[in-house]
Design a protein around this ligand. Structure first.
Ligand code: NAP
Ligand code: ZN
Length: 349
């Protein structure tokens, strides 16, 4: 299928229109017309080469929402016209213990990310959702509940699942004292989800600038990490902290905020950590952990959870041609919401 997307041709280069072919449908494939795609900070990290060399030209995007155009003969789960979504993975071995548990992100043989990795059958490089169409095997397609506004659902596919899974794994519930570091795409979803789970949520931001947004999202308050007195006062006051900061930072700033037995779960940055002081860890029986997106079953679960609790990401819709500007904003003005690309702005040439 001839289609078009926005690709970078080298590390850090602007994204530009790129005509390419999506594969012909295999028997278990679903072809999707992409209507909306969220803009994740991981798109920048990857295309800028922060996580190592990439196979350019490369089209990013792994928060994909659209409509089924066509299905292969073995596909009974999806019908033409249905609202569907694709997240951060498009394949895995489907054979190991992790895949059997629907923890495909931890596939023993390596999952196939939505962009920048060889297809398991042909070896051609996967291309992401900043494009008009995508073809994905049915096991990696999820259903978008009818009650979710399609134009706002896309960020659930990465920002939603990545924050939902650790909140659930760490048993966040009624009255759990939750801190969310960094109020951006992931952070704002973490706040909404944790509030829906019954937690007392505090946003931990670099300043008080996002106080209004934090409260609108349902947070009880905001703590400025640059206010030493406020940080000291907040010592030992959290059971669980989710860290979404996208750059290398000092964990020692945040660890004293944990109460005894508290956990700090890192989902951001994905690079080296600063040195961590051990006394605080030991004297508070603190845990530092990591978490990677979520499996397909839980991706469907978080979409259903959002439908059930009327949770929608806060989205700023942009046309495709504004993408380079939006990427700049992510590293300068740091909006407390998600940019979402409206694919109707992209026309086949
Ligand atoms: P984002 O929208 O850019 O938000 C990040 C937030 O972090 C910013 O809004 C800002 O919040 C804070 N921040 C930015 N620069 C900072 C700095 N220099 N020091 C301290 N805080 C800073 O990014 P995102 O899309 O939410 O992604 C966040 C991170 O998660 C990225 O590293 C991304 O790659 C990663 N990620 C991981 C997974 C996973 O599976 N583990 C999945 C998706 C994304 P304040 O203004 O409130 O301080
Ligand atoms: Zn992402």
């Amino acid at each position: 299928m001839k289609t078009i997307g926005y690709a970078a041709h080298s590390a850090g280069a602007d994204l530009v229109p790129y005509n390419f072919d999506r594969r012909d449908l295999r028997p278990n494939d679903v072809a999707i017309e992409i209507l909306y795609c969220g803009v994740c900070h991981s798109d920048l990290h990857t295309l800028h080469g922060d996580w190592g060399p990439q196979p350019y030209p490369l089209i990013p995007g792994h928060e994909i929402v659209g409509r089924v155009m066509e299905v292969g003969p073995q596909v009974t789960e999806f019908k033409v016209g249905q609202n569907v979504a694709v997240g951060c993975m498009v394949d895995s071995c489907q054979d190991c213990d992790q895949c059997a548990k629907s923890e495909e992100q931890y596939c023993r043989n390596g999952m196939t990310p939505t962009y920048g990795a060889p297809d398991r059958i042909t070896g051609e490089i996967t291309q992401g959702g900043y494009s008009k169409n995508i073809v994905v095997r049915k096991e990696f397609v999820v259903n978008v509940p009818d009650s979710l506004d399609l134009s706002k659902a896309a960020p659930i596919l990465c920002a939603g699942i990545t924050t939902y899974v650790p909140l659930k794994r760490w048993n966040v519930g009624k009255e759990t004292r939750v801190g969310v570091i960094g109020l951006g795409g992931l952070g704002h979803m973490a706040v909404k989800l944790a509030v829906a789970m019954g937690a007392e949520v505090t946003v931990i931001s670099r300043s008080m600038k996002k106080e209004t947004e934090a409260k609108e999202l349902g947070a009880n308050g905001i703590l400025s990490s640059s206010d030493a007195a406020a940080m000291k006062k907040a010592a030992s006051s959290f059971d669980f902290i989710l860290d979404t900061v996208p750059v290398k930072h000092d964990f020692n700033t945040y660890l004293p905020l944990l109460d005894v037995d508290g956990s700090l779960v890192v989902v951001g940055q994905v690079g080296p950590m600063e040195e961590i002081m051990t006394p605080g860890l030991i004297f508070g029986r603190h845990r530092i952990a990591g978490s990677l997106i979520g499996g397909i079953k839980e991706t469907q679960e978080v979409l259903d959870f959002c439908a059930q609790h009327n949770i929608l990401p806060v989205c700023e819709m942009i046309p495709m041609e504004k993408i380079n500007q939006a990427w700049k904003e992510l590293t300068t003005s740091n909006p407390a919401h998600r940019y979402v690309i409206d694919m109707s702005s992209l026309r086949l040439e």
